[in-house]
Design a protein around this ligand. Sequence first.
Ligand SMILES: [Zn+2]
Ligand SMILES: [Zn+2]
Length: 433
Amino acid sequence: MPIDVTTSRVPLGRAHLLASSVIREARRAGLGADAIATVGSLRRCVPAVGDVALLAVVPAARQTQVLNAFSRLPIVVTVTARETSSVSVETLRGPVTLHLTDPDQAGAALVWHTGSRAHVTQLQARAERLGVRFAGGHVARATGAGVSCASEQDVYALLDLPYIAPELRSGDGEIEAAGEGRLPRLVSELDIRGDLHMHSTWSDGRNTIADMVSAARQLGYEYIAITDHSERAWSSRKLAAADVDRQREEIDAVRAQARGIEVLHGIEVDIMHDGSLDFDDEVLGRFDIVLASLHDDGGHGRARLTERYLRAIHHPLVNIITHPTNRVPGYSDGYALDLEALWAAAAETGTAMEIDGAPGHLDLDGLLARRAASAGVTLEVGSDSHGVDALGRQMQFGVGTARRGWIEPRHVLNTRSAADVRAFIERKRTRGS
Ligand SMILES: [Zn+2]
Ligand SMILES: [Zn+2]
C-alpha cells in the first residue's frame, strides 16, 4: 500500500545516485564552484527524499556564470526555475536544485538548506533570543552588522550550541539536548569493523565469495559474514541445505587466500509461517552466525507475526533479526508488530536487531532503532549487499539510519572485534544449557 502518493518522494538510494552523477558532471565540467555538496533530506539520510538539492560555495561575482554553466551540463534536460542564487533543473535522472552561497556565509547556508524545517525554525527562535537574525541562509546581528559563518560550527557556536550532526536535525529534541550537553557520541563509518550481512552467487548476489571478501578488505573491514538466503526464501536464488558444506569448503579456500580479514560462514534463514526456521538445527549449527528474517508475511496480522518473530528470537542459534519491520521506504510502512515484546525478548536472549542499509529497507528505521537501543537491544548495521559495488554505499546508508536514531558505537555489534562478535554468538548458544 503506497503511503506517499501525493508527493514525489525519491528513495534514498536513487536520490544519492542522482546527486552523485550531477556532482560528478559539475566537477568534470570545471564549474568553478569551490565546494559542492548535497543538502536537504538527502544529507540528513531521510529514507524517502523530498527534493534532491545541492549547495555550492561561489563568490557573488561568479554566481551568474556558475548557474549558466550548471544549466548547460549534459545531464540537464531543462531549466524549471531560476533565481539570483539558485537554479532548478530537470535532469535525465530526475529533478535537482542547485543553491549557491558566498564563502563567508557557507556555514549558514549549509544549515539552512540541510533543514529540517522544524530544526531551522527552532534555531531561528533561539537566534532571535540571542540578538541574531538567521534567515534565507544568512546570519547577521539584529543590529544589521554582518557575521561571518563560513562553517556550520560557526553557526551553532554563535547560537551557543555544540555542532549538531545532520542526521539528528529532525526538530524533535536535538537542540535542547545539545544545549544541555546531552548529544550522543554518534556511531560513524569509522567505528564499523565488519559487515555481517551480504549475499554471494550462492543465492541472489551478483559476485562470488572471493570478490565480496576482496572488496570488504579494501574497505578496511576486519571481518565479514557471507549470509545467503535459505532454501525456501522469497528470493530469486537461494542456498539449498545440501549445498551448505560445499559453500563452507569454498569459504575455507577463500580464507586460505585472504589474509587480514576473518570470514564468517553465515546464513539469512527464513522464518516460516509457524515461526520455525527454514533449516533444521543440525544444518544451522554448522554456520558461524545465523541471521533470521521474515520475507513472507503469509497474510498474517500483528499477533501472529509477532509470535513468529518471538519464536525465532528465542531460538538459541539465531543471532540477528534482519530488516525487522520489512517496510519499503516511500511505499509501505512494514508489518504491524508488538515491537516492545520483540525488544524485550531480543534484549533478554542476546539477539541483535538489524539496521539494514539497503535503500529498499533502511530498517530498523532510525526512530525505531532508538527505541530498541533504549530497551537494551544490541543493534547490528548490515549492508545487505548483493554485489561488491553496494558494500560501501549501503553501509553508509545503514550508518546514516543508525545516526538518525541517536545510535552510539556501544549499541552496535559490528563496532566490536571479531572475537567479541564470536563471543556474542557463543553466549546465546550456550545460554541456559
Ligand atoms: Zn532479507
Ligand atoms: Zn539479505
